[in-house]
Write a protein that binds this ligand. Structure first.
Ligand code: AMP
Ligand code: MG
Length: 401
């Protein structure tokens, strides 16, 4: 049997980074910058008003008081977006809105609250220092400034900055594109009626969600019956456009193992099927098909998701350059006693109390117990050689929260 560590290495070796590209801003969020970003524009772009009020020459209103306001003619009205270039003559005011371009010659803005709000003339009740309520061109970003660094994960605020600088896209390490295929003739799409012997298909939505949660992109989601031709047709249709194919089911020791059967053909040596010393998730497969990496997971829902966590999630995140490819692993004190199979690394669903640093298993170890998986917040990582764990023992815990 292959160790978990060894299989992690094999999977990680086949999930490879895509070349850096320019993503539209809408697509760039959550991706890692592949390059520094240098501003090609000043921010603010031009001198503009920080307030709704009146642009003036500061010296013209130096004597203004509430009792003796300075009255000036209002020569222009400047809403945000006005594009003609204006000049303020001495002894006049321009009504101006926040974000509107400051007229040449204006040295201060008086907020509307300190005026009578007049349209033809304005009575100004207080002076303003030169420069007051003016946002200067370039005071936020001077052109040529490196505003973002390679390796940063793109956040909404970064999208805002890039857009403000007039950029339509950002240089990023692109998302891995993943094709998710469920297999099994017993599977029915949720919402349709079940016949005897059938169950609802639950792996594909779960694995697709895990792919997205890992920061990758779901290219397509498909379900195949246990029929090699049908399964092969899905691969033919989508695999070439994917960076990774994830299948579930059809890899154990029974008959009708469609995934194994599909790759067991003469001359089709691209996928190896191995037993990994873990529970759940012993039967695994990994290889290349039509130039695309394929990871074949066992079909039991708990096995499928735990296998994704252990083998695929860290590899996908690494390939996208994302920080923290691994889940945080913390020591915690087990508050019960447990047994664990000899020779297998066991990942038990668990509830971690991160404050108390205690942990308790949650639900039975068998791999069809989806209900417990759904509300667990951690995985207990019990080493291969451990068969009994006494209450009070410290264990490594994968924090899924
Ligand atoms: P297999 O690995 O194909 O032998 O499947 C193992 C178990 O997982 C069987 O009980 C299957 O019915 C179940 N199973 C496989 N695929 C799915 C799926 N996509 N959704 C729900 N259950 C599944
Ligand atoms: Mg099956």
């Amino acid at each position: 049997m292959r160790s978990v560590d060894e299989h992690q290495r094999v999977v990680a070796g086949l999930i490879r980074a895509r070349p850096a590209t320019t993503a539209t801003l809408a697509d760039a969020q959550g991706l890692v910058l592949a390059d520094d970003v240098v501003a090609g524009l000043a921010l603010p772009v031009f001198d503009n008003s920080a307030m709704d009020g009146y642009a003036v020459r500061a010296e013209d209103i130096a004597a203004a008081t509430p009792g003796h306001p300075v009255v000036l003619p209002v020569a222009e009205d400047i809403p945000a977006g006005r594009t003609d270039e204006l000049a303020l003559l001495p002894g006049t005011a321009h009504r101006i809105m926040t974000g509107a371009p400051l007229p040449a010659g204006a040295t201060a803005v008086v907020p509307v609250e300190d005026t009578d709000g007049g349209m033809d003339t304005v009575a100004i009740r207080a002076p303003r220092e030169p420069g007051k309520h003016i946002r200067r061109a370039g005071e936020d970003v001077a052109p040529g400034t490196t505003v973002l660094r390679r390796g940063q994960v793109v956040t909404p605020a970064m999208l805002g900055l890039a857009a403000a600088l007039g950029m339509a896209g950002l240089p990023v390490l692109p998302r891995q594109r993943v094709l998710v295929i469920s297999t099994g003739s017993e599977l029915v799409v949720p919402g349709l009626p079940l016949r005897p012997g059938q169950i609802y298909e639950s792996n594909s939505v779960m694995l697709a969600g895990a792919v997205r949660e890992a920061g990758a992109e779901v290219l397509a989601v498909e379900t195949a019956e246990d029929d090699v031709a049908q399964f092969a047709a899905i691969l033919d249709r989508h695999a070439a456009a994917a960076d990774l194919v994830i299948t579930s089911g059809g890899v154990s020791a029974g008959a009708y193992e469609v995934v194994k059967d599909a790759f067991g053909r003469e001359g089709d040596q691209g996928v190896e099927f191995v037993k990994v010393a873990m529970q759940p998730g012993m039967p695994q497969g990994i290889g290349r098909v039509a130039g695309t990496t394929i990871v074949t997971l066992p079909g039991n829902p708990v096995s499928a998701l735990v296998s994704f966590e252990v083998f695929i999630r860290p590899a996908l995140r690494r390939a996208m350059g994302l920080p923290d490819p691994e889940r945080p692993q913390r020591p915690a004190i087990l508050t019960e006693s447990l047994t664990s199979p000899r020779g297998k690394r066991q990942f038990r669903r668990a509830i971690l109390d991160a404050g108390d640093r205690t942990v308790i298993s949650y639900g039975p170890p068998a791999s069809h117990h989806l209900r417990w998986l759904a509300s667990a917040n951690a995985l207990l990582d019990i080493p291969e050689d451990v068969v009994e764990v006494a209450a009070g023992t410290e264990l490594q815990v994968w924090d899924l929260a």
